[in-house]
Design a protein around this ligand. Structure first.
Ligand code: SF4
Length: 354
């Protein structure tokens, strides 16, 4: 696949000229941290006319991981804590894991869930398994492997979120006026584009599963505008070079075997019904929440951080009074400034002038 054709300046100019002919006010939301970064990196907002707004939604898994997970992990004793690197500097109520590591907590960064399972060969290991559908199958697989091989000193503290219920929350909200969703590319590889059919059917709002190159994003914006103009809300798949309607059955089966749906707590947002995958009873020996009696609860962020409003599309990051002042990537107050997929980090890196 020659990705360069999706970066072709002539093609991009042609789509932008077409988009400029649209005179309607349009608000579209992307719900994938990689899209947030791509929009910033390619300067997509600068290319679009003022009447087309791109708003970032809850697309960053680190940003929606409950604060109580960080606080609970800090309290764990005599175990190795395995985490993805993005989580290291996310503030909990009592500081970050980076700070706890400086005080002696054994925190290790892993690049794949299987690395966490390997750490269990040395010492009792708790993997802080966070993510959306893209990451969840790999985490579920380690639990299955640990069970199969009777590895008893491995467990996972989960915050495994599924995207469609968060979209449903946004689509049903009275205070968010959206004309469509730029749907996640990576997540949809697993779920398939059919997972979003409820959006037009139930809420008369459309979406386009989208790739990560500039032409991908602009084509999706154009398709969503056409849906609005024709009053024809539907789910389209711009990223059909990777995503199928049904998704990846194999990874779906691994998830189904190990995990089951439950209500989930999203940092900055609250509880979203049926939005989280929890470890099934059969595998409960690998559930760190049960093993260490950890209670995951919602905690209000008292720092003044407005990540919740950013994640719900109520404000854009520069509208937070801490943005770029007391909150910067080197001194993050909230998770949206820490994560490589966070909206505040993306705005800080690419769009600070605004
Ligand atoms: S700029 Fe910082 S404090 Fe403000 S919402 Fe973003 S992460 Fe939170």
């Amino acid at each position: 696949m020659n990705i360069k054709k999706f970066q072709d300046p002539k093609l991009i100019k042609k789509i932008v000229e077409k988009l400029k002919r649209n005179k309607r006010q349009i608000s579209l939301m992307e719900v994938c941290g990689s899209h947030t970064m791509a929009i910033g990196k390619w300067g997509i907002r600068d290319l679009l006319p003022d009447n087309i707004k791109l708003i970032s939604g809850p697309g960053c898994p680190v940003c929606v991981t409950p604060m109580s997970i960080i606080d609970s992990v800090i309290d764990l004793k005599d175990v190795t804590i395995a985490i993805f690197g993005d989580l290291m500097r996310v503030p909990g109520e009592r500081g970050s894991l980076e700070l706890a590591r400086a005080k002696g907590l054994d925190v290790r960064i892993v690049y794949s869930p299987l690395d966490a399972l390997k750490l269990a060969q040395e010492k009792e290991t708790v993997f802080v398994g966070i993510g959306f559908e893209t990451t969840i199958p790999g985490i579920a697989y380690t639990i299955k492997e640990a069970y199969k091989n009777n590895i008893t000193n491995y467990s996972v503290l989960t915050s495994l979120k599924v995207v469609p219920p968060a979209l449903e929350l946004l689509a049903s909200a009275d205070d968010i006026n959206l004309n469509g969703f730029i749907l996640p590319g990576h997540v949809s590889v697993v779920t398939g584009s059919n997972a979003y059919n409820f959006l037009p059917e139930k809420y008369n709002i459309g979406g386009v599963v989208t790739g990560f190159e500039p032409a991908d994003i602009l084509v999706s914006v154009d398709r969503l505008i056409q849906q609005v103009e024709n009053n024809d809300a539907k789910i389209e798949n711009e990223y059909s070079r990777i995503v199928t309607p049904e998704g990846n059955k194999h990874t779906q089966e691994i998830m189904k075997e190990v995990l089951e749906i439950d209500d989930g707590i999203w940092r900055g947002i609250g509880e979203i019904p049926k939005s989280e995958l929890k470890i099934r009873k059969k595998y409960s020996d690998y559930d760190a929440a049960k093993k260490y009696n950890i209670n995951i609860e919602y905690k209000e962020d008292k720092s003044g951080c407005r990540c919740g409003d950013v994640l719900k599309g109520n404000i854009i990051p520069p509208e937070c009074h801490l943005f770029g002042k007391s909150c910067t990537p080197s001194n993050p107050i909230g998770p949206c400034m820490v994560s490589s997929e966070g909206s505040c980090a993306a705005y800080y890196k690419y769009e600070r002038k605004q």
